[in-house]
Write a protein that binds this ligand. Structure first.
Ligand code: NAD
Ligand code: TYD
Length: 426
């Protein structure tokens, strides 16, 4: 499977390596990111590493062959797929530095020995789909709260061993406590009607998914304050790209459109999201892991705010499919109208996104066209039951969605691409 690298400007093979050190090219002229918190050739425990963003993080890091070793711990829920790690497992030099373990982050018997070996733990594991959290919230809390607690407890034990001098490396050398990074989301801020959310703003989650993510973050903070854990939080915006599960907006609409199936647009389609390409999200997470300050949270905006209707129009134009496929369906309950974050803090740390939205969208469409087997196998089995539950009644009561180019209220038009300015405040 190819990720359409050639089509994506900025995804040169040196890019990931370039983010790894203060002397790196792309950070020149920016504030110096400071000292790398990871040892040379670190061993990373990546939980949830068989999912969309976690597998990208693993593929990108191992592909650069800098000696980093990765253990992935993943429960392989409906959203996890070992095929997402096939490029790593198929390459002997990468496979030699990679290990996959199927297991639950909420199971201390599995987690504890893995954290013992790790220089850092990056937690991607979560139930990640808002619509499923509305249908059935429990699994979100089990993984997002209890699972995070189990990981933190394992890190706390290792921090105590490091402090006592009994945490030793492979050559019996004293070893630092593991660094913990919790991958969180802009959704913890809730809907942001105007302006942009800053890291110190209040968390106001509005869906069970967002509430579980906020709870996980609060636990992380409490372990930093109470036990002095070395831990950080990232809050990424809506992410898109190859290998994304086809239940999410962009891959759902691409795959439905390829099959000339209806595209279920919730409500008026004027909800706004800020789109971040997956390699940029993964790269920013690694940058924060290396250079971030313990106890801090870092926003990772995409810098491309669009109304859903605009995004769908852009997809259809690239796919050569008609707007008549789009159906206006009953809205998501509690649907957040807008997400937007201020990225100043991350920029100060020396990170810049590399992939322009137009390139990322084209690469994503190309990837889904080229990897039909991957998404057709996911859209079989349990998929039909989920799809029927989520969309059956909605689609049978749907109506044509107004064409965005035809009927947008003139007062909405000017700010559709850029959104309100930061100066307007929240
Ligand atoms: P995903 O659903 O594609 O992947 C989640 C992975 O976690 C899957 O491989 C799944 O099998 C695994 N998993 C779930 N529960 C587990 C458990 N108890 N133990 C071990 N593994 C488990 O999700 P994603 O889109 O890749 O998101 C990854 C992380 O990034 C999540 O924490 C999510 O909240 C966050 N995030 C996602 C986005 C986005 O737009 N996708 C944006 C911001 C933040
Ligand atoms: P989604 O990909 O579920 O991400 P999130 O809810 O985390 O933002 O949805 C992105 C936007 O697309 C969101 O406003 C909901 C909307 N949406 C639809 O209109 N129809 C759909 O079928 C889906 C899945 C999402």
């Amino acid at each position: 499977m190819s990720e359409g690298r050639a089509a994506v400007r900025g995804l040169d093979p040196d890019r990931a390596a370039a983010t790894a050190g203060p002397a790196a090219g792309p950070t020149a002229g920016l504030d110096q990111p400071g000292v790398d918190a990871l040892p040379p050739a670190p061993h990373l425990l990546v939980t949830g590493g068989a999912g969309f963003i976690g597998s990208c993080f693993v593929r990108e890091i191992l592909a650069r062959g800098d000696g980093t070793r990765i253990t992935v711990l993943d429960k392989l829920t409906y959203a996890g797929d070992r095929a997402n790690l096939a490029p790593v497992e198929a390459d002997p030099t990468q496979a030699a530095r990679f290990r996959f373990i199927r297991g639950d982050i909420a199971d201390p018997a599995v987690v504890d020995p893995l954290v013992e070996e790790a220089d850092a733990v990056v937690n991607f594991a979560a139930e990640s789909h808002v619509d499923r959290s509305i249908l059935d919230p429990e699994a979100f809390l089990r993984t997002g709260v209890f699972g995070v607690h189990v990981l933190l407890e394992a890190c706390r034990r290792e921090a105590e061993r490091a402090a006592a001098g009994s945490r030793l490396g492979p050559r019996r050398q004293p070893r630092r406590a593991p660094r913990f990074l919790q991958v969180s989301t802009d959704e913890v801020y809730g809907s942001v009607p105007i302006g942009q959310a800053g890291e110190e703003d209040r968390l106001e989650p509005r869906s069970p998914y967002a509430a579980a993510k906020a709870a996980g973050e609060l636990l992380v903070r409490s372990y930093v304050v109470t036990y002095g854990l070395d831990a950080l939080i990232t809050r990424g915006s809506n992410t898109y790209g190859p290998y994304q599960h086809p239940e999410k907006l962009i891959p759902l609409f691409i795959t439905n459109a390829l099959d000339d199936q209806p595209l279920p647009l919730y409500g008026d389609g004027l909800q706004r999201r800020d789109w971040l390409y997956v390699t940029d999200h993964a790269g920013a997470i690694e940058h924060v892991l290396r250079f971030g300050t313990s106890g801090e949270a870092y926003n990772i905006p995409g810098g491309m705010e669009l109304a859903n209707r605009e995004l769908v129009a852009a997809l259809l134009a690239r796919l050569g499919k008609p707007w008549s496929l789009v159906r206006r369906v009953e809205d998501r309950p509690g649907h957040d109208r807008r997400y937007a974050m201020d990225g100043t803090k991350l920029a100060r740390l020396g990170w810049r996104n590399r992939v322009p939205f137009e390139d990322g969208l084209t690469a994503t469409i190309d990837w889904f066209r080229a990897n039909e087997r991957w998404w057709r196998s996911i859209r079989s089995g349990d998929w039909e039951a989920y799809y029927g539950r989520q969309y059956g009644a909605r689609l049978s009561h749907s109506r044509p969605a107004p064409d965005p180019t035809a009927d947008l209220a003139p007062e909405l038009a000017p700010d559709l691409r850029t959104g309100p300015s930061r100066d307007e405040g929240r």
